[in-house]
Design a protein around this ligand. Structure first.
Ligand SMILES: *Cc1c(COP(=O)(O)O)cnc(C)c1O
Length: 395
């Protein structure tokens, strides 16, 4: 018995759902890369990335996933042996740091919890001890997609500046760009990193860097620079240089269309939509958590990201049968937990091209699975989500 046939709901935190119009935008023949329409397409994307990052700095497009953009960012501003301080709050800042380690950076992790946001005071404290300014860059993730925490980029930026420490502030916005507010210049971020396949609703394969004037200045003396990632080479006059070779035409067509969708909705409205969908999910998870078998990974509601919600299961309850039930019986694909949380819960994504029926459908199916599998949970989670949305989305 199954009620699976129908549109599958992909509710994992990346890659996310790709709108039909974005898929269609790719369905066209390859074009001459020297065609005159092509450079303006690139220019429009580079300019619109600035709108998304909220920066007057420089933007760059890479044919790479997020890991590539991480490496690009580090290699453009740092030199072998430089110390970087990684602000732990889950999987991804540490992963970025590990990339730095293989490049020859001296990586120090400021230990944090997978269940709460980075503490700005702890960052300031560590920087004050670094009187010789050995730390050259600070790496933080805005939304950690593993823990589902959101870090306060603005507050951490302020804490860094309050110490007068000159380290570059580098932020991974891969899961937050287009899903939560980010303001690169206002928040004092020197380098920002993003990718196409999370909030930006595009296929995986493109990722981005944004660089402040200070980052561009330090770029001049960075010795980790390589031909492919190099910002200066990519700023060359010839269009071909923007991609260090053949442009990823179809991915660029897709990105143009997804950015059009985002700007039509408006960035502010998209961010608000994400907070509503996250609020609905939180209402359901709060209910389900009542008997104590399920719980939020991020205990402080203010530190929960709008892009994804990580839910932990009490020991003795495996999340696998629930995920399998949702997928095999109902056509809803819920995320696994990863890293230190592997095997301990599920991740419910509400990121990118997602609306109320998709999230309510996902929540309903999870609740159906909890019931069918006799996993103790508070009844009425989906109802709570409906009530939350009904009182926040007014006629
Ligand atoms: C997905 C993700 C990454 C990794 O991106 P890939 O495209 O898989 O390399 C890095 N950081 C964050 C916050 C992410 O969500």
């Amino acid at each position: 018995m199954s009620v699976r046939t129908g549109r599958e709901f992909l509710s994992i935190p990346g890659p996310t759902n790709i709108p039909d119009s974005v898929l269609s935008a790719m369905h066209q023949p390859a074009i001459d890369i020297y065609e005159k329409d092509f450079p303006p397409l690139t220019d429009s994307l580079l300019t619109d990335l600035k709108r998304l990052f909220k920066t007057a700095g420089k933007t760059f497009i890479y044919i790479a996933n997020g890991h590539g953009a991480w490496e690009a960012a580090l290699s453009n501003v740092l030199s072998r042996g430089d110390k970087v301080l990684v602000l732990e709050s889950g999987q991804f800042a540490n992963g970025w740091g590990a990339t730095g380690g293989t490049l020859g950076l001296d990586v120090e992790i400021l230990p944090g919890s997978w269940r709460e946001a980075v503490k700005p005071d702890a960052v300031a404290e560590r920087l004050k001890q670094d009187t010789r300014h050995e730390i050259k860059a600070i790496l933080m993730v805005q939304v950690d997609t593993a823990s589902s925490v959101v870090n306060d980029v603005e507050a951490v930026g302020k804490a860094i500046r309050s110490t007068g420490h000159p380290a570059l502030f580098m932020v991974d916005t891969i899961a937050s760009l287009g899903t939560m507010e980010f303001s690169m210049d206002d928040w004092g971020v020197d380098v920002a990193v993003a990718a196409a396949q999370k909030g930006l609703m595009s296929p995986p394969g493109l990722s981005f860097n944004a660089a402040s004037p200070r980052a561009m200045e330090l770029h001049q003396k960075a010795n980790l620079r390589t031909a492919y990632w190099d910002w200066t080479a990519r700023m060359g006059k010839v269009h071909y240089q923007k991609y260090a070779g053949t442009p990823p035409e179809h991915l660029l067509f897709a990105l143009r269309q997804s950015m059009n969708l985002l700007f039509e909705e408006t960035l502010e409205a998209a961010i608000h939509r994400h907070s509503l969908l996250a609020g609905a999910t939180a209402a359901a998870v709060s209910k389900w958590s009542e008997p104590g078998v399920l719980q939020f990974n991020i205990t402080n509601a203010e530190e929960r990201a709008s892009a994804v919600t990580t839910v932990l299961f009490e020991k003795g309850y495996s999340p696998d049968p629930l995920r399998e039930y949702c997928d095999k019986k109902c056509g809803v694909v819920v995320g696994i937990t990863i890293g230190a949380l592997e095997g301990q819960g599920i991740r419910i994504a509400h990121m990118g091209y997602a609306n109320a029926p998709m999230v309510l459908g996902t929540l309903s199916v999870i609740e159906m699975g909890l019931k069918a599998l006799n996993i103790p949970h508070g009844a009425g989670g989906t109802q709570a989500a409906i009530e939350y949305l009904a009182s926040n989305v007014l006629p």
